[in-house]
Design a protein around this ligand. Structure first.
Ligand SMILES: [Zn+2]
Length: 63
């Protein structure tokens, strides 16, 4: 686990935030993470498009 994940280009799609970070080996990784308190959805993707798609299609159970 890396302590210096610095997210860039963070956007919000519904309750889900999508951010891009560098994995320390010169590659970009993309994370989609839901901000709803008890949801816990958070997944890493190799492509920005995949992360944004996951954010758009995420259906939060917590209301
Ligand atoms: Zn959620």
């Amino acid at each position: 686990m890396s302590a210096n994940r610095r997210f860039r280009r963070v956007v919000r799609i519904g309750p889900v935030h999508v951010g891009t970070y560098n994995d320390g080996r010169g590659r970009e990784k993309h994370t989609a993470a839901c901000t709803a308190p008890r949801c816990g959805f958070s997944t890493d993707y190799d492509s920005r498009a995949a992360a944004e798609l996951a954010a758009r299609t995420h259906r939060c159970r917590v209301r």
